[in-house]
Design a protein around this ligand. Structure first.
Ligand code: G
Ligand code: G
Ligand code: MN
Ligand code: NA
Length: 256
């Protein structure tokens, strides 16, 4: 209830901050980008994760506004890191897209406007969509994603494997990247059946010419197995948790 009142009060927008989790090349563990993950910098309760407030944001219908603002601020930040050389010219910024934002009337024009005003090429921006963000109006949403691809943007199917109809979405979505959900790496390499399942998922993705990002990498054996199986990129606590911009800069400067 408290969360809801605070969300309604509009103060929330200014208290949302952007955290960044590094994404690494599986081959050499160099940083190739980041996923922006929002946090609520609460005046009395400290840093709150999305799990605490995301449902209320959705109920109140604020998600389009919030995703749009976070995306814009993250693009500005990422463009600065790119210009300073902290991030490579082909580094990719990933943002999560809610259903409300994907269906918002101004989504396309806002992204198009920012790409022309912010010094960041479309190919450096990746939209992560989940099945749940797609269920409400799949045709409209996938048409939108196709349009965004014309600006050069990348599209990833996020949390792949945990939904009810992942394969159907894969078939119809204009995605070029698959993010394998962390539940599929949790028990590797110890669990042999899980290893085979992970291998099969990566083989399938590769045969569809999709880039594979495995998330939730917490141990070095997990990372080396994913690399051996042909994953392109890795993300997880082994390398870094989602970091404040300051900590992300420290991570980049101290990483190899
Ligand atoms: O960072 P964390 O593990 O707490 O994120 C929890 C969930 O919240 C993840 O599923 C992530 O996709 C989602 N999330 C985090 N930041 C954003 C955001 O800015 N927009 C949307 N739509 N989802 C987000
Ligand atoms: O749903 P999505 O994949 O966007 O959510 C990413 C979430 O996963 C973030 O909340 C982030 O904090 C969390 N996360 C990132 N790396 C790891 C990891 O190695 N282990 C676990 N358990 N969670 C992770
Ligand atoms: Mn994600
Ligand atoms: Na995910």
């Amino acid at each position: 209830m408290m969360v809801e009142n605070e969300l309604r009060s509009q103060r929330l927008q200014n208290q949302l901050v952007q955290y960044y989790q590094p994404v690494l090349n599986a081959q050499d563990f160099t940083v190739c980008g980041a996923e922006m993950l929002m946090r609520w910098q609460h005046p009395t309760q400290g840093l709150l994760p999305p799990a605490v407030f995301i449902d209320v944001v959705e109920e109140l219908g604020f998600f389009a506004e919030i995703d749009s603002r976070n995306r814009q601020l993250a693009c500005l930040q990422f463009a600065r890191w790119r210009q300073s050389g902290l991030i490579a010219a082909d580094g990719v910024l990933a943002v999560n897209a809610s259903a409300q934002w994907l269906q918002h009337d101004h989504m396309l024009t806002e992204i198009e406007r920012d790409l022309s005003q912010i010094d960041l090429p479309g190919r450096c921006l990746l939209l992560e969509v989940t099945e749940s963000a797609l269920v409400s109006d799949f045709d409209k949403t996938s048409a939108r994603l196709r349009h965004l691809k014309q600006f050069g943007l990348k599209v990833a199917l996020d949390d792949f494997g945990i939904g009810y109809s992942s394969m159907t979405y894969l078939k119809h979505l204009p995605a070029s990247i698959l993010k394998i959900d962390r539940s599929f790496v949790q028990n590797v390499p110890e669990n042999e059946a899980d290893c085979r399942l992970l291998k099969a998922m990566i083989v399938m993705a590769k045969s569809l010419a999709l880039e594979v990002i495995v998330e939730g990498i917490e141990t070095l054996p997990q990372a080396t197995l994913c690399r051996a199986l042909g994953a392109d990129k890795l993300q997880g606590f082994l390398f870094a948790k989602p970091l404040s911009p300051e900590d992300f800069e420290h991570f980049l400067s101290s990483h190899q």
